[in-house]
Ligand binder design. Structure first.
Ligand code: TA6
Length: 303
């Protein structure tokens, strides 16, 4: 069922010359933003940011050339919202990996043309029988997106129930890079991480992260900035965050990418996931009536 009426959405939330609702890839409704600072595209399904490019800058967010767009299916690339768990569900193997948030409809409840020239959009997950079956807790989840020279995302979970709830979450961002073999990630040295490529072994990061094969790590107890260094594009992407205690670093490399089948030829070379998360040991407990913010800002710096 498609809960979106584009005419109504444009009447209520459209911003003339800046923000418009339209049919996007695969027939999925999207909101397109073009302001004086940047352009972006967000699918209403999953509140899934698909594209973000500051004016004059190469795209910062990677979207697979072979991404599939279909109702109820996750999209390869962009910023998938992983909620209310990260990875496989602890008890129910039949529940979707990374939770259901990224594959269900979200509704827009506010848009703003901000004084500083950026544009904000607020989206809320539309709960239904399926989501309540998988997540039988009185809660709301909203995503606030601010599109400008920097990109800000704020994933807000509210516990409306009478008992504490624990959530795992991530903004599973695919960053566009020139060549994974030249890229590196700074800011995670001396941290413990779970190495999912090596049976979940716990290890300690020494120095910068370089990439020579499949890499799938959950860095724990990390709240500081990290940087993606991309000499090929002559830039580094700064990831500044609050409310996130884990950082996930993932590149599938050649074999895994081929098995996944939706990264496109050599797609693995041009993408790198660095995800602000609360995963593994870092799941978040929210008290009754409380709320939790997973907030981050991406910005681009010349080398
Ligand atoms: O965040 C890294 C990861 O958990 C990898 O293990 C890999 O499964 C990736 O997410 C992609 O997951 P998806 O369900 O989007 O195919």
């Amino acid at each position: 069922m498609n809960p979106y009426n584009l005419d109504t959405l444009n009447k209520r939330f459209g911003l003339a010359g800046i923000l418009v609702f339209k049919i996007g890839p695969g027939g999925l409704p999207v909101v397109e933003v073009l302001n004086e600072q940047a352009s972006a595209m967000i699918a209403l399904q999953g509140a899934h940011l698909l594209q973000w490019s500051p004016i004059g800058e190469d795209p910062v967010i990677w979207l697979s050339p072979e991404a599939k767009f279909a109702e109820g299916k996750s999209v390869r690339g962009g910023v998938p919202v992983c909620w209310p768990w990260f990875g496989p569900h602890e008890q129910e193997s039949g529940f979707p990996a990374h939770g259901f948030a990224r594959t269900v409809p979200w509704e827009v409840f506010e848009t703003n043309a901000n004084q500083d020239g950026s544009t904000s959009i607020g989206l809320r997950l539309l709960q239904n029988e399926a989501t309540r079956t998988q997540w039988p807790h009185a809660s709301d989840v909203e995503l606030y997106i601010r599109v400008g020279t920097a990109l800000e995302l704020d994933l807000v979970t509210r516990n409306n129930g009478s008992t504490p709830v624990s959530i795992g979450e991530a903004l599973h961002t695919y960053f566009q890079i020139s060549d994974i073999r030249q890229a590196s990630v700074l800011g995670l040295n001396d941290l413990d991480y779970i190495d999912k490529v090596d049976g979940g072994e716990r290890k300690r990061q020494e120095g910068v992260i370089a990439f020579t094969g499949e890499t799938d790590r959950i860095y724990l107890d990390h709240g500081a900035d990290c940087l993606i260094h991309d000499p090929g594009l002559g830039r580094r992407i700064r990831i500044h965050k609050r409310g996130s205690h884990s950082t996930v670093v993932w590149n599938p490399w050649i074999e895994k990418a081929e098995k996944m089948g939706d990264l496109g030829p050599d797609g693995y070379l041009h993408m790198l996931c660095v995800e602000c998360a609360n995963a593994a040991d870092d799941v978040v407990k929210i008290t009754p009536g409380g709320e939790h913010h997973l907030w981050m800002r991406y910005s681009v710096e010349a080398l």
